[in-house]
Ligand binder design. Sequence first.
Ligand SMILES: Cc1ncc(COP(=O)(O)O)c(C=O)c1O
Length: 366
Amino acid sequence: MVETPFTSIVAGLPATIPFVGPEAIERRRGRRFELRLGANESLFGVSPLVADAIAGEIARAGWYGDPEAFDLRTKVASSLGGIGIDRLVMGAGIDELLGVLVRLVTEPGDPVVTSAGAYPTFNYHVAGFGGRLVAVPYRNDQEDLDALADAVRREGAKLVYLSNPDNPMGSWHDASAIEAFVQALPEKTLVILDEAYAEFAPTSALPPLAFTDPRLVRLRTFSKAHGLAGLRVGYAMADPSVIQGIGKIRNHFGVNRFAQAAAIAALDDPGFTDEVVVEVERGRADYARLANDCGVEPLPSATNFVTIDVGGFERARAILQALEAEAVFIRMPGVTPLNRCIRVTVGPAADRARFAEIFERVTQRV
Ligand SMILES: Cc1ncc(COP(=O)(O)O)c(C=O)c1O
């Protein structure tokens, strides 16, 4: 038998992936999900302008996309109030950019700081580039900024990850706390501020775009409020020197033509996105009422999902499994004490009503 000459890093990795997709669960169960509420995707479709843009691009499917994504970066820059396009780089979603950022600064064995139970795709990239993950616990269901900063200093870490608002808890910090966190970091530390849920957050949670710091990389995506998760497009905002560094190693054709055209069209229809955000707010309130009615505790959320404390890991897992048996896909956090909760994506009113019906039944039984 031929043995593949894996690098020592790859050879040492467990055969693990960050997520088991809903499709894999469907294949295992031999049945499709009726409600897909586990991946914080948008369940609100896309703007008609986006649909037209995608259809229009079919004629050019044979061409590579613009590797500089110039038109899209220009559009993003103007939608953000005129930041320089030299501060922007696009990627195939935040997930790809996380990998590029880890690779940018991590040598094998380097410490990298995150929170225990935070977004697992980041950890996956750290492992893949041979970094040593240092994870600090959440405090009161929030990422603990003081503990993250302490760990950075103690370990001499060059990279720290923080998501605001946070997945999986839905919690958030005020912009002032985030700014103070960045400014207190050692000069040579890069902080990844993952703002995947920015559109759903109160503006008080988002540092102004005028707040720039060479240590700060902010990540945004078209996967959530704009409904383009399947097309894979997101961006990093950072100091031009960081963007130049990323340019040395990124996948230049990673953001395909359809993704670029669709993202531009999405920004041409801010009214559509605003409606999604308003409906998600309504949905969060619906879920909060539902949870209270069922005797479990909804956590405050600044995202497109609601995390619900059901009282313990065993019950959370049992509820997840019972929902799965009812063809409802949800997820739950992976570590203690967060795993006393389940996490449910907010969908349109009809989906919420159907979920409520099933959830009431399931929580009475489990
Ligand atoms: C915190 C966080 N970051 C990034 C992502 C993925 O974003 P993208 O689809 O742009 O890769 C998610 C998706 O669930 C997320 O929760």
